[in-house]
Each structure stands twice: as structure tokens, then as C-alpha cells.
Design a protein around this ligand. Structure first.
Ligand SMILES: [Zn+2]
Length: 329
């Protein structure tokens, strides 16, 4: 599969006061052993039980969308709202534990099951997105950004960089590794160098986001595109969040990987541009979202947070128009 750098012709301990008190009667002291001290890392906002989130959580929301049955947001950080009630949900909680960028999710005692759960990565996303996987193992360097793998007969594409771990590398190699690593923008490059060395993939980033840490990236897109990778993928320049922000469209599946250009609000089904993080220009970012009205897709697969699937392209456009109306009125 050839990467065309030219624009396509058409489109192209808890505090002491929280510790359980021992009853001070001499009668029970002799016969009842003291309760175990609570793990000092455990946020008090967690419900009691096997899983808990610690105080170092950076509120990236990864666990909340990976295992919503277990985790929620309390006081600006994640917490365990309900302990898993089935094996399937417990597996999701362990997948979230492995994906947490700060290693803030724990079980009260070591579990051997974690070894089997490591083998579940990368994770298929949906029956309607065949060959599209979540890499997991989010990196703190990218504030917990999501990395995806697309398995494709003309060469796999990794989108943004997970935390480097040899275990994940082994798992990715079982699926053919990656021919390209497409970097949506400068914030989510994490361990790109280590991955490039291990997988021998060629990295792609827009020249607007070339800094010291990305200077050695093999392919630097210039201009406004769009650019193509083979016939199935189009790269769409969507500046605003950063000058070099680019979305990847997987045309046959109508799936758009948006990096930090646009994502779903956690509180509602609405789209959100997170303009407080717009590093280049709010106006430019709004122009870039308008550009997506002309793009044929139904899935938003963001760099952070929840995925969205619209019923069809018209529903997608209604959501974008509602978003634009919110910001321009
Ligand atoms: Zn960003």
C-alpha cells in the first residue's frame, strides 16, 4: 500500500480516622483478630471490595469508558462505583487496570488472572468495525490517549502511540505488527520511537506538529491535503487543536479517527470540541469541524473518551451542525 504525500485528485492508608476501629472490650480482644488495615492508596470514594482507584488518578476517563459498569467519576477523579458482578465485567475491569496510564487501578491482592487478560489485547471494538482494535496500555505522556490498530491486507496501521510494553508488542506482532504509525498530532505521540524501533513501522505526522520529539518521523505531511494511504484511507487536515492535527478516515467502514480534534462529551451524547485546549486557534478549529460535514462517515473514534456511532451520515451532520450552532451563537 503506497502512501501518497500529494493531495488526492478527487478528495482524497487512609487517614487514621478512616481506619476501622478495634472494639476496646477485653472480652473480644482476646478472640477477634483485628481487621486488616485499608490500603493507604485507596481513594475513600471507592466502594469497598476487590478493585479500587488510587489518589494519583489523572481523570483521563479511560477506565470509565472501558468498564462503565465498574468505574465512575467522583470528585474529579475515577472511583470504583460497583464491584464487578460477573466474570465478563471483571475482565473489563482488569483490562482497564492494564490500560490506566498512571497504574492507578488496583486489586486488593495480586491476581493471576491478569496474565490471561494481557493476552486479550489488542481489543476488538465492534462487529461492525472488523479489524479495528484498541491497543490499551494508555500512556501518561499523552494524558491517557487511546491508540488504535487497524489490521489491513495492505499493511496494518497503528494510530497514535500506546505505552510501550514488550507484552503488547508481542500481541501486536501476532496480528502482523504495523506498517505505518499514523500520529494524529503532537500530544499523542508517547512512545512512538520505541514502537517504530520494535515494529519497524514508518511514522506519519503533519509538518505543523514537528518538534524535537517528532523530528525523526519518516513521513511529514505538508500543505492541506487530503492525502491517501492506499485506496481505503484518507488523511484529512483538521488544524485548530494543533496546527498539524490530522484525522484518518477509514473509508470502507465509515470510521473517522479524530485525535483531539473532536470527541464526545462525557456528560451527554453531544459532540465537544474542548476549545479550552485549542492550542492553535478556535476559529481554525471551527472551520475544521465544518469541513467534516462533507466527509462520509458514521463513527467518531477519538483520541480521548467515548466513541460515537451515528445512524447515518445525516445524523452525523446534524450533530456537527448542532455543535457549530452552540459555538457560533
Ligand atoms: Zn491534543
Amino acid at each position: 500500500m503506497a502512501l501518497s504525500l500529494r493531495a488526492a485528485a478527487s478528495l482524497a492508608a487512609p487517614p487514621a480516622h478512616l481506619r476501622p476501629r478495634r472494639r476496646a472490650t477485653s472480652m473480644v480482644r482476646a478472640t477477634v483478630s483485628p481487621p486488616p488495615a485499608l490500603d493507604s492508596r485507596r481513594r475513600p470514594q471507592n466502594v469497598s471490595g476487590e478493585f479500587f482507584v488510587d489518589h494519583r488518578c489523572i481523570d483521563c476517563a479511560t477506565c470509565r469508558w472501558m468498564a462503565p459498569e465498574v468505574f465512575n467519576r467522583v470528585d474529579d477523579q475515577s472511583a470504583v462505583a460497583a464491584q464487578p458482578t460477573s466474570g465478563e465485567i471483571r475482565t473489563k475491569a482488569l483490562q482497564a487496570l492494564l490500560s490506566c496510564p498512571t497504574g492507578s487501578i488496583h486489586t486488593d491482592k495480586p491476581t493471576k488472572d491478569i496474565l490471561q487478560v494481557q493476552n486479550t489485547f489488542p481489543l476488538p471494538i465492534d462487529d461492525d468495525l472488523p479489524g479495528v482494535y484498541l491497543c490499551g496500555y494508555h500512556s501518561e505522556n499523552s494524558y491517557g490517549a487511546t491508540s488504535y490498530l487497524i489490521v489491513h491486507p495492505e499493511g496494518n496501521i497503528m494510530i497514535d502511540s500506546p505505552r510501550y510494553t514488550p507484552k503488547l508488542a508481542n500481541q501486536l506482532e501476532k496480528l502482523g505488527g504495523a506498517r505505518y504509525m499514523f500520529l494524529t498530532h503532537i500530544d499523542d505521540v508517547a512512545d512512538h520511537r520505541k514502537w517504530a524501533e520494535r515494529l519497524k513501522c514508518e511514522r506519519i505526522i503533519h509538518s505543523g506538529d514537528v518538534e524535537d520529539i517528532t523530528a525523526d518521523v519518516e513521513w511529514k505531511l505538508t500543505g492541506n491535503g487530503p492525502w491517501n494511504i492506499g485506496t481505503d484511507f484518507e488523511l484529512i487536515h483538521t488544524p485548530g487543536h494543533t496546527e498539524g492535527s490530522v484525522c484518518l478516515l477509514y473509508k470502507p467502514l465509515k470510521a473517522l479517527f479524530t485525535g483531539d480534534h473532536v470527541a464526545k462529551s462525557e456528560e451527554s451524547d453531544d459532540l465537544n470540541l474542548f476549545l479550552m485546549y485549542s492550542k492553535q486557534s478556535v476559529g481554525v478549529q471551527l472551520d475544521s469541524i465544518r469541513k467534516l460535514l462533507d466527509v462520509d462517515f458514521e463513527w467518531f473514534l477519538p483520541g480521548h473518551g467515548y466513541r460515537i456511532r451515528y445512524e447515518d451520515v445525516y445524523a452525523k451532520n446534524s450533530a456537527i451542525e448542532a455543535l457549530l450552532a452552540d459555538y457560533t451563537n
